[in-house]
Write a protein that binds this ligand. Structure first.
Ligand code: GCO
Ligand code: MG
Length: 402
């Protein structure tokens, strides 16, 4: 079998997605997600101009060799654009391999290790009353784990709080909007939110919180310690993670578990955090981490060090990425949790998929390959629209992580 064509499809059914579709001489096709929020066209060009010409004529069965060819062969290693492009090729090749074998990809990865993939949803609100309504809504839908984000008194717009509760979309403008931040107000407010939620809903629901890279290690240590009475499953991205040894400071002070990794793109970003057991959950996902082949390597390293998966699953990762993540989630021994932000009906229609939600779990389905496709005619109805994530400033105007 040979690859005869590969198309890069950019579509915007409410938000932008970049998808690679690989076509073989025997008519079998495979899809891979290549979406990099706010920088979509860079990956489109990387694939179209620099990768697709290298794929024509290759044997699609040689997944590892193709991965190494694109990674080592570029000479320039790592980085989100390169790794998202490699991920798209890798994911599409796993899809093809599954279809050729007549097996779901999770069977190629060793088979099921569990019956369903436990997911967490996003409850958020400006006020405590709103938050309580939202947590109750997720519990009614069957969720066992809920991420809670709250408005902070005195800050006009806070990360994670949105008007549309089911379809959160932070890349909300053709040029970046600006938000404001006060660490002091945030740290003073958040513990009271979790005290109230725990009190209202009891000990069973797993609670999570995303700090979105906004604290220093010692501030994160204070937050973790102040949240200990409420037994969170994790605080996420407490600090920007370029400095792994900074996590030692957090660890010295708190037993609140730590999750990080959604902006990582290779095993080298995560290796020290995992080896020193400075985190409890690694949140890398297929599209930004070099595909199924590379992410499996990250999860295997994590398994050796008591670190579990907690894959990123925001709306800017397409249903193709979600399908691929679910095949890994169901197969690996050290699965932790999977983030699940629902896509809009328009997006679901462009990407028909087998995976489905039931009673707190996502199920990848049993179709050969990944069980997901792109409807190219539907995709063509939604042209690319520039959209950026916000930027964030302290109250004195200093730029701060968003
Ligand atoms: C999450 C993330 C997202 C990111 C988004 C950026 O935990 O889901 O933090 O909401 O902000 O993926 O593109
Ligand atoms: Mg996050």
């Amino acid at each position: 079998m040979k690859i005869v064509d590969a198309r890069v499809i950019v579509t915007c059914p409410g938000r932008n997605f970049v998808t690679l579709k690989i076509i073989t001489d025997e008519g079998v096709t495979g899809v891979g997600d290549a979406t990099l929020n706010g920088r979509e066209l860079a990956v489109e060009s990387y694939l179209r101009d620099h990768v697709v010409p290298l794929l024509i004529g290759r044997d699609p069965a040689r997944i590892e060799d193709t991965w190494q060819y694109l990674y080592q062969g570029a000479y320039w290693r790592r980085g989100p654009v390169t790794m998202s492009a490699i991920a798209a090729v890798d994911t599409a090749l796993w899809d093809i391999k599954g279809k050729v074998a007549g097996l779901p990809v999770y069977d190629l990865l060793g088979g099921r290790s569990r019956t369903g993939v436990t997911v967490y949803g996003h409850a958020n609100g400006e006020t405590m009353d709103e938050i309580l309504v939202e947590v109750a809504r997720y519990l009614d839908l069957g969720y066992r784990a809920v991420r809670v984000q709250s408005g902070v008194p005195g800050i006009p717009r806070t990360y994670g709080v949105s008007a549309d509760k089911m379809f959160y979309e932070p890349a909300d403008a053709a040029l970046p909007t600006e938000t404001t931040w006060s660490t002091e107000r945030y740290l003073a407010h958040v513990p009271s939110v979790f005290a109230r939620v725990r009190d209202e809903f009891g000990p069973d629901v797993r609670l999570l919180h995303d700090v979105h890279h906004r604290l220093t290690p010692i501030e994160a240590a204070r937050l973790g310690r102040s949240l200990e009475p409420y037994g969170l499953t994790w605080i996420e991205d407490p600090v920007p993670a370029e400095l792994p040894e900074g996590f030692r400071i957090i660890r010295q002070h708190t037993t609140t578990p730590i999750a990080t990794g959604e902006v990582f793109n290779t095993i080298w970003d995560a290796a020290q955090l995992i080896r020193e057991q400075l985190i409890d959950y690694i949140r890398m996902t297929v599209v930004h981490s070099g595909g199924i082949t590379h992410l499996r390597r990250v999860f295997d390293l994590a398994a050796l060090h008591h670190v579990r998966s907690g894959s990123h699953g925001a709306t800017d990762l397409s249903p193709v990425c979600m399908a691929a993540a679910l095949h890994l989630d169901i197969a690996i021994p050290n699965f932790g949790l999977q983030e699940y932000m629902r896509h809009t009906p328009e997006t679901d229609a462009v990407f028909p998929h087998e995976y489905h939600y039931e009673d707190g779990y996502l199920h990848p389905g049993d179709a050969p390959g990944l069980g997901v496709d792109i409807d190219e005619a539907a995709a063509a109805r939604y042209p690319y629209a520039p959209a950026y994530l916000p930027v964030n400033r302290l109250t004195d105007g200093t730029l701060h992580p968003w």
